[in-house]
Design a protein around this ligand. Structure first.
Ligand SMILES: NC(=O)c1ccc[n+]([C@@H]2O[C@H](COP(=O)([O-])OP(=O)(O)OC[C@H]3O[C@@H](n4cnc5c(N)ncnc54)[C@H](O)[C@@H]3O)[C@@H](O)[C@H]2O)c1
Length: 260
C-alpha cells in the first residue's frame, strides 16, 4: 500500500461504491491505511470482504448493494447511519465499461446497463448522501474518467455516461458549496483493472495506449487512490468542482500523434 497516514481523514466515515475490485478496492484500502472508518459497497459480499480483510472490525463494514437500484443505495445509507451516525465522505466509484462500437449498434440492454450504473448509480448515491454530507460538512469524490472530458473512438455511450458524471460534479459543487459540501472528481485514464484486463493482456492492443501516456506506463489502482484520499481530506478544504486528471499525462496531449 502506497499511502499511509499522509492525509487528514482519520476522523472520517467514508463510503466507497464498487469497492470489491480495482480502483475502488485500492481507494477503500488507502482510506483504511490513513485511519478512516470505511463502508465498502458493491454487488457481491465476497470481494468486499476481501477488500477489507485484515482491517480492524470496528473500522471496516461490508454493506452489499447495487447502485443501479435506488432501494439498495437507500438501505446502505440507512445501515451506515444506524452504525456510525454520520457520513463524511462518499466515493462514487462503481462503474461499467460496456456498449463499445458504433452507436447504431448499441443495444437497449447495453445502454440500460451503462445508464443504470454510471449515471443513475451516481444520482442515487448523490441523492441519498448529500443531506448527510450537509450535516457533516463532508464531501463527495466521483471516479469519472478522462473519457468524461473528451471523446474516444468507438466509445460514444461510455463517453456520454462519464460526461454525465463530470457534469453532475461541477453543478453539485456550485449547488452545495454554500452548504459547506465539496464535490470533486478524479479522472483516471488507462488503468490496469478487471475493466481493462482484455486489452492489457493483448500487447498489440495495449501499445497505442501506452504510446499516448506521458509517463510511459498504464496506471495502477494504487496510483489513483492517493488522489482520492487527498480530495476527501481536510487538506483539500478549498478544492471543489475540480476534475483532477490522474492519468499519467494522457489528457495533457492535444491528441496529435506521438511521433518519436
Ligand atoms: N480501468 C480504467 O482504465 C478506468 C479508466 C477511467 C475510469 N475508470 C473508472 O474507474 C471506476 C472503477 O473501475 P475499475 O477500473 O476499478 O474496474 P472494475 O471493474 O475493477 O471496478 C468496477 C467496480 O464497480 C462495481 N460495480 C459494477 N456495477 C455495479 C453496480 N451496479 N453496483 C455496485 N457496484 C457495481 C464492480 O463490481 C467493480 O467492483 C469506474 O467508474 C470506471 O469507469 C476506469
Amino acid at each position: 500500500m502506497s499511502t499511509v497516514n499522509t492525509y487528514a481523514v482519520d476522523d472520517k466515515v467514508v463510503v466507497v461504491t464498487g469497492a470489491g475490485s480495482g480502483i475502488g478496492r485500492a481507494i477503500a484500502r488507502a482510506f483504511l491505511a490513513n485511519g478512516a472508518t470505511v463502508v465498502v459497497t458493491g454487488r457481491r459480499r465476497e470481494p468486499l470482504e476481501e477488500t477489507v480483510a485484515g482491517a480492524d472490525d470496528g473500522r471496516a463494514v461490508v454493506l452489499p448493494g447495487d447502485v443501479a437500484r435506488r432501494e439498495d443505495v437507500d438501505a446502505m445509507v440507512a445501515a451506515t447511519l444506524e452504525r456510525f451516525g454520520r457520513i463524511d465522505v462518499v466515493v462514487s466509484n462503481a462503474g461499467v465499461h460496456d456498449g463499445g462500437g458504433d452507436i447504431t449498434e448499441l443495444t437497449d440492454e447495453n445502454w440500460a446497463l451503462l445508464r443504470g450504473v454510471n449515471i443513475d448509480g451516481f444520482l442515487h448515491v448523490a441523492q441519498a448522501t448529500l443531506p448527510e454530507l450537509v450535516r457533516s460538512g463532508g464531501n463527495l469524490v466521483a471516479v469519472s474518467s478522462v473519457s468524461g472530458i473528451a471523446g474516444d473512438w468507438g466509445q460514444a455511450a461510455y463517453n456520454a455516461s462519464k460526461h454525465a458524471m463530470t457534469g453532475f460534479v461541477r453543478s453539485l459543487a456550485l449547488d452545495y458549496g454554500g452548504r459547506g459540501v465539496r464535490v470533486n472528481a478524479v479522472l483516471p485514464a488507462f488503468t490496469l483493472t478487471e475493466m481493462t484486463s482484455g486489452m492489457a493482456s493483448d500487447e498489440k492492443a495495449l501499445a497505442p495506449f501506452v504510446n499516448r501516456i506521458a509517463l510511459g506506463r498504464p496506471g495502477e489502482p494504487d496510483d489513483i487512490a492517493p488522489a482520492v484520499v487527498f480530495l476527501a481530506s481536510d487538506d483539500a478544504r478549498y478544492v471543489t468542482g475540480a476534475l483532477l486528471a490522474v492519468d499519467g499525462g494522457t489528457s495533457a496531449s492535444t491528441g496529435q500523434p506521438h511521433t518519436e
